[in-house]
Design a protein around this ligand. Structure first.
Ligand code: SF4
Length: 345
């Protein structure tokens, strides 16, 4: 089987070219063709010799995806279902969102997810494998090719738990980050985790400049364990301890995600408990009006409750904002499109 050339960061690609008997500077040319010119074949790399193009074609693939479905929201959000072309028929989702500061892509990092969060549409889609670095990067390239735009921000908030696919995610960031490639600054990359505590420590020690988002969703273990089984392995006390270590090591603010579900975690007692938990931490709370999921147990809080919750946090020294709902008319919660496609089969 051919190797996906997008799995290699620039240094590794230089090594690959040495193995082919080529000069390392060729790697920079190839990087430019792939990530800046976004070519779809080795044949288009016209400053390489015909012999090298042939060698590349024999040994590597460009790992191109095929668009299976594409939905467009009235607010401009575009949701893609891709066939990753691995011969297994595996499908993944990515979402393109437009903000005033530019385009943001929400990428998936696994096929399925092991975490089983109860409010997530990916729950029930069995985990089949991790995505490789090249498959993470290709989500961005496939959308840039399709729409003809430059994406400036990436959030790892699609299907999968990024810290459960740590090495491939870190490798993809190296590629996304490279100035000779996509040149997306680490500050424009955000990693979201359901709370894989040991990997938060690892990330802290790496001192990367990426933003870390932690899905908290409740400030007590009972409700959080009901919503997120990972809380049984890493309860809130351990998670907050790891987050404090991360802040101390990186001096970076953590964004805590809190999906408000009606009569579940959205009353003022919950807000009070949350203030106690996060007091004094370099933190921001991102309140998310939960997306209603087919068969899901949770429903969206009332607007009145969401605003009261936010105001309580802000009045008590915790910076909180309500996330703008994008793409709610096209099932933008992660996993929904793929689930609908599986149900159709
Ligand atoms: S919310 Fe994220 S971590 Fe939880 S099940 Fe869904 S994809 Fe997995």
């Amino acid at each position: 089987m051919k190797k996906n050339i997008k799995n290699f960061d620039l240094d590794d690609l230089k090594e690959e070219l040495k193995l082919l008997g080529e000069k390392p500077f060729r790697a920079e040319q190839i990087f430019k063709w792939i990530y800046q010119d976004k070519v779809k074949s080795f044949d288009e790399m016209t400053n390489l010799s015909l012999d090298l193009r042939k060698k590349l074609d024999e040994n590597y693939s460009l790992g191109l995806f095929k668009i299976v479905r594409k939905l467009e929201s009235v607010d401009g959000t575009k949701k893609y279902l891709f066939d990753v072309q691995d011969g297994e028929g595996n499908l993944i989702e990515s979402v393109l969102m437009q903000y005033h500061h530019g385009y943001t892509i929400c990428v998936s990092c696994q096929i399925g997810c092991k975490m089983g969060c109860k409010f997530c549409a990916s729950t029930g889609i069995p985990f089949s494998r991790n995505l490789e670095a090249g498959e993470i990067v290709e989500q961005l390239l496939a959308i840039e090719r399709d729409v003809g735009i430059k994406i400036s921000n990436i959030v790892f908030m699609g299907i999968g738990e990024p810290l459960d696919n740590y090495d491939n995610v870190m490798n993809s960031i190296k590629i996304l980050n490279n100035q000779k490639g996509l040149n997306i600054g680490a500050r424009h990359i955000s990693i979201s985790t359901s709370g894989v505590v040991p990997k938060i420590y690892e990330l802290a020690d790496k001192q990367m400049q990426c933003t870390l988002s932690v899905s908290l969703h409740s400030s007590n273990n009972k409700t959080r364990s009901e919503m997120m089984p990972i809380n049984n392995a890493y309860p809130i006390e351990e998670l907050i301890k790891a987050c404090k270590y991360y802040i101390q090591k990186t001096n970076k603010r953590i964004s805590f995600e809190y999906a408000l579900a009606k009569d579940n975690n959205d009353n003022l007692d919950d807000a009070r408990e949350l203030v106690k938990l996060l007091k004094g931490m370099l933190a921001h709370v991102n309140l998310i009006p939960i997306n209603k999921i087919e068969d899901g147990k949770y429903t969206k809080s009332t607007n009145e409750n969401i605003i009261k919750f936010r105001d309580y946090l802000n009045d008590h020294g915790i910076v909180a904002t309500i996330r703008r709902e994008l793409g709610s008319d096209i099932s933008a919660a992660c996993g929904q499109l793929r689930k609908q496609n599986l149900n159709k089969e």
